[in-house]
Design a protein around this ligand. Structure first.
Ligand code: MTE
Ligand code: MO
Length: 206
């Protein structure tokens, strides 16, 4: 029996579904190419660009950073949405604090081990921005309590659930802070530069 369920304000399934999306219960894999095999002993995550202090973590150092457990809905531009996905990750605003991101920086460019990249405005990765209170972006490394599977971006991926899922770069390698925008892989190939699922910003001119 579930007690106190009534105290949790839960959106009904249809209210959780952005326009044009359907609910998916599996976890589809969408990758440009083959899954890069990244040995934990060789993995590094670099933070650079407009920062006071460039950072470069190996796996042990990264795993020791303060992390959060979050449950989020995710929305892929190919129209599937998956509700209540569970992740553990390091909040981006914490990483930004550690690096001392310059007030001049306007965007984060996430770079991946497979050559993929994607651009996200700074206010979308800071706590308390358009994605509501608290952190709104993470470098995630556990999914459902287990190490993130390679096909889903392990060892670590970006998680920006309030934007279409292509913004959540898998196999994360480098967080580059820049002044001025720098559209990434899909953003230069016909997809929307920002990608708000609730506004159905799928393609460039949506
Ligand atoms: N590095 C990298 N990240 C990526 C991709 C990719 O091909 N390479 N695909 C993107 C797209 S289009 C989507 S929808 C999601 C898919 O994540 P999933 O395979 O875990 O469902 O990852 C995004 N991140
Ligand atoms: Mo996608």
């Amino acid at each position: 029996m579930i007690i106190n369920e009534g105290f949790k304000p839960k959106r009904k399934a249809n209210e959780k579904l952005p326009p044009g999306q359907y609910e998916e219960t599996g976890f589809p894999v969408l990758s440009l190419g083959p899954t890069p095999k990244i040995d934990l002993g060789e993995w590094r995550l670099v933070v650079d660009g407009l920062v006071e202090k460039e950072l470069s973590w190996d796996w042990k150092e990264f795993a020791a950073l303060p992390a959060e457990d979050v449950t989020k809905d995710i929305h892929c531009v190919t129209k599937w949405s998956k509700f209540d996905t569970k992740w553990r990750g390091v909040p981006l605003d914490h990483i930004m604090d550690l690096a001392g991101v310059s007030p001049e920086a306007t965007h984060l460019i996430a770079h991946s081990y497979d050559g993929y990249s994607t651009n996200i405005p700074i206010e979308d990765i800071r706590a308390g921005g358009p994605g509501k209170a608290g952190s709104q972006a993470w470098v995630a490394y556990l999914y459902d309590g287990k190490p993130l599977e390679a096909e889903h971006g392990g060892p670590a991926r970006l998680l920006v659930p309030h934007l279409y899922f292509w913004k959540s770069a898998k196999w994360l390698k480098r967080l580059e802070f820049v002044k001025g925008d720098k559209p990434g892989f899909w953003e230069t190939r016909g997809y929307h530069n920002y990608g708000d699922p609730w506004k159905e910003q799928r393609y460039t001119n949506d």
